[in-house]
Structures are given as C-alpha cells and as structure tokens.
Design a protein around this ligand. Structure first.
Ligand SMILES: Nc1ncnc2c1ncn2[C@@H]1O[C@H](COP(=O)(O)OP(=O)(O)OP(=O)(O)O)[C@@H](O)[C@H]1O
Ligand SMILES: [Mg+2]
Length: 223
C-alpha cells in the first residue's frame, strides 16, 4: 500500500459559519492502482487531493504515505517526501510563466538536486509525450493541451510513487482529452505509478480500477 488516509475531517471557516467539506473520509491506495473520483462542483474533490498530496492539512485524521505519517514529520522532511513520492497536476496547470517548458519540468528536481541524469530524463520525457519541438517555448506560447502535457511531465520528472491529477481534462476539447486519457493509461503501464484523478467526465472516470463519488463529505464506490 502506498497511501492510507484515515478518518479525515476538513472544514472551512466562513466568518462564524463552519462549512464541513470532508467528514470521516478514509481511503487507501495500492501501488500502480488508478483511482478516479467524481462528484459535484464544490463537493471537495480539490480539497481532498490537496490533503492526500500533503499540500493542505486536515482538521483531524491521518495521512500515511509510504509508511510515513505526514503529520509527524517536520516541514523540511515533508517537502522532501513530497518531491520524492508525489506528482501533482493541478486543476489549472500552474506552469510558471517566466520559465520555458523544459525549465518548468525540471523545477521539482531542484529540491532533490538537479543532476545531469534528470536533464537527460526530461529530454526523454519530452520525446515520450511528443513535445520535443516545444521545449524552449514559454507557457504563453503553448496551446492548452500542450501546457497540460508539460504539467504531466513536471509531475513525472522525479518518478514519484503517486500522481494526483485534479480535473486534468476540464479545459480540453474532446480530442485532446482523449489523448490525455491515453497518456494516463500509458503512464500507469510504463512507469508503474499510482494515479488518483478527479473528473467530471465519464470517460475519464471509467479508466479507474476503483471509481468513487465524493458526496456529502465521504467517498462512495460507484457501481
Ligand atoms: N480556502 C477556502 N476557504 C473557504 N471555503 C473553501 C476554501 N476552499 C474551498 N472552499 C469550499 O469548500 C468546498 C469544496 O471545494 P473544492 O474546491 O474542494 O470543490 P471541488 O469538488 O474541487 O469543486 P470543482 O468540481 O468545482 O473543482 C466548496 O464549497 C468551496 O467553496
Ligand atoms: Mg476542484
């Protein structure tokens, strides 16, 4: 097992009101497993991914990644664990505009050491994903689908155990969404990562070996 989250609660304070988003949510993820999560807008999918990906903390409950309880380690250790174990593809790709596509992909390697090996690996990944000719483009010079693929490479560069993708096809046309979907299938086969994907799209959801719906703060299996 690569990730285990137990009894997660998360609420947001809006003035005096407390808005519960996740209530007693538990999930475990096996190595190389693909999990998809659907759920209405505002149900807490992004919140959940951020917590599982250690970018945000739950009010209570535990997240264990590769046998480390993330609440028990220092911020420095957590940053290292995050860069080794986790790749994140955000709902809005979050590429840095002042860096080229190639530089963006190498950013996560800096915390572990930007070695020559990584540069070579980045070259290979650009070939793998069909963006060899776009390496020196800035994000503003890429199409939406290309930006997303660059974000996928950035998530892959450290060869993490788990990749979280928050509504990765949300802003893509049908063709590009299909390409991205195929890419995810290839990634889990070729690189052996666990994938956790949130989506509003049935076709994306269908690639999950386990499929869930987030509703009223908990995950229900889709049958
Ligand atoms: N920083 C915050 N402060 C207060 N409320 C928040 C904050 N972030 C999210 N929320 C609220 O928490 C709920 C869940 O938000 P979240 O972004 O996780 O939903 P989602 O399922 O990802 O939605 P979508 O499908 O639209 O991306 C929403 O009602 C949102 O308004
Ligand atoms: Mg969201």
């Amino acid at each position: 097992m690569i990730l285990k989250a137990k009894n997660i609660y998360k609420s947001y304070k809006n003035g005096v009101k407390n808005l519960p988003v996740l209530t007693d949510l538990s999930i475990s993820v096996d190595k190389q497993e693909t999990i998809t999560i659907m759920g209405p807008s505002g149900s807490g999918k992004s919140t959940l991914l951020h917590i599982l990906g250690t970018l945000d903390k739950p009010d209570s409950g535990s997240v264990i990644i590769n046998q480390t309880d993330v609440s028990s380690v220092s911020e420095n250790k957590l940053a290292l664990l995050r860069s080794r174990e986790i790749g994140f593809i955000f709902q809005f790709h979050h590429l840095l505009p002042e860096f080229t596509a190639f530089e963006n992909v190498l950013i996560p390697t800096q915390i572990i050491g930007n070695t020559d090996d990584k540069i070579k690996y980045a070259e290979e990944l650009f070939d793998y994903i069909g963006l060899r000719e776009r390496k020196e483009h800035y994000p503003s010079q890429l199409s939406g689908g290309e930006r997303l693929r660059v974000a996928v490479l950035r998530a892959l560069i450290n060869n993490p155990s788990i990749i979280f993708a928050d509504e990765p096809t949300g802003n893509l046309d049908v063709d590009n969404a299909k390409k991205l979907l195929q890419l995810f299938k290839n990634i889990s086969e070729d690189f052996g990562q666990s994938l956790i994907i949130t989506t509003h799209n049935e076709e994306v959801a269908s690639i999950g070996e386990r499929q869930f719906i987030l509703d009223h703060g908990v995950l229900n299996s889709r049958e």
